[in-house]
Design a protein. Structure first.
Length: 321
């Protein structure tokens, strides 16, 4: 469903790096707020971005987790700070969906924020509690249709890629599995491993180690082809859901009022970092695809991504909460 994003398209962003006056931004600590809990993919990608900004800008970049209210607490903290480039946000593909999943979103993720850079995308994996007897997606669908009250999807947050994947799963299979929102991936995955929820879609970073450790059972990966990291894990298409491809993507945002030359400089730094061979190797080894885009390219991508996801919510008759 999503086209492949090539790194080469962002080469011009590195060459076109703006020049700021000596002594201008940055000359003190930058704070990167992550509106979700530590330990999951969003947090990990934000910390990688913070590390690269720190290395290349020569100032300290501190990561601060501010979870709650479906990401609104951390997002509002960014908007409430001075728009000087010293408070930014590391988040994921859920951020632009705020208007569609919150009944009264306290901000507009498009007009109030500017996307600084997209760093990577990672495919979703469908996992389940390993103590359940079902070992395939068809078996899960059959059991869920027979006893729907015994099944639920955990999801890291409403509007997340995992939430949208759960909606699409229900639509394509005809199942009516309840979807329960959590305050981040870590508590949701913990509940699936404990048996308090039965199923979850979440990116490879968190799910593959838990599959290998026996805490979760992998049912399928939402990619066109199997991943070399888990060659025994079938694609969703192989399990009877043709065209089922879902990715979570990660990036950095700033308040829209932050001067554009600061946004462009951060973009150039992150684009350069995502093209480093060591970073590419590291992310690929974790199942992620590095991404590098200019700010205008990213804004166009977000428009298309939000339109597709909003349509999924509309088809599912999802009501903002």
């Amino acid at each position: 469903m999503q086209r492949r994003i090539l790194l080469a398209g962002a080469a011009g962003a590195v060459l076109a790096r703006p020049t700021l006056a000596q002594g201008a931004w940055p000359n003190r600590t930058i704070r990167m707020i992550v509106p979700y809990t530590p330990g999951a993919a969003t947090d990990a990608m934000a910390r990688l971005s913070a590390q690269k900004l720190q290395e290349k800008l020569g100032v300290t970049v501190v990561v601060e987790n501010r979870p709650g209210a479906n990401g609104a607490i951390g997002s509002q903290a960014v908007l409430q700070a001075p728009a000087d480039g010293y408070t930014i946000m590391g988040s994921a593909s859920i951020h632009p969906m705020a208007r569609y999943v919150m009944k009264a979103a306290p901000y507009d993720p498009v007009t109030d924020f500017i996307p600084v850079a997209r760093t990577a995308r990672g495919p979703l994996v469908l996992v389940m509690n390993p103590r359940l007897p079902q070992a395939t997606i068809p078996a899960v669908v059959e059991a869920a249709k027979a006893e729907p009250n015994k099944w639920s999807f955990a999801t890291s947050s409403l509007g997340s890629a995992g939430h949208l994947g759960s909606i699409e799963f229900n639509r394509m299979t005809g199942a009516n599995i309840e979807i329960v929102g959590y305050r981040g991936s870590a508590p949701a995955l913990t509940d699936v491993a404990a048996g308090n929820a039965q199923l979850m879609f979440d990116p490879v970073l968190a799910t593959l180690p838990m599959i290998r450790g026996g805490q979760l059972r992998g049912l399928g990966i939402a990619t066109a082809a199997r991943t070399p990291l888990a060659p025994d894990l079938p694609t969703m298409a192989e399990s009877g859901l043709p065209g089922f491809e879902f990715y979570s993507w990660y990036g950095v945002w700033a308040a829209r009022a932050v001067p554009r030359e600061i946004v462009d400089r951060m973009n150039a730094v992150i684009v350069e970092a995502m093209r480093e061979p060591a970073v590419v190797e590291r992310l690929t080894g974790l199942g992620f695809e590095p991404v590098a885009e200019t700010v205008p390219e990213l804004e166009r991508f977000i428009v298309a991504d939000v339109a597709r996801n909003a349509e999924l919510l509309r088809i599912a008759n999802f009501q903002p909460e």
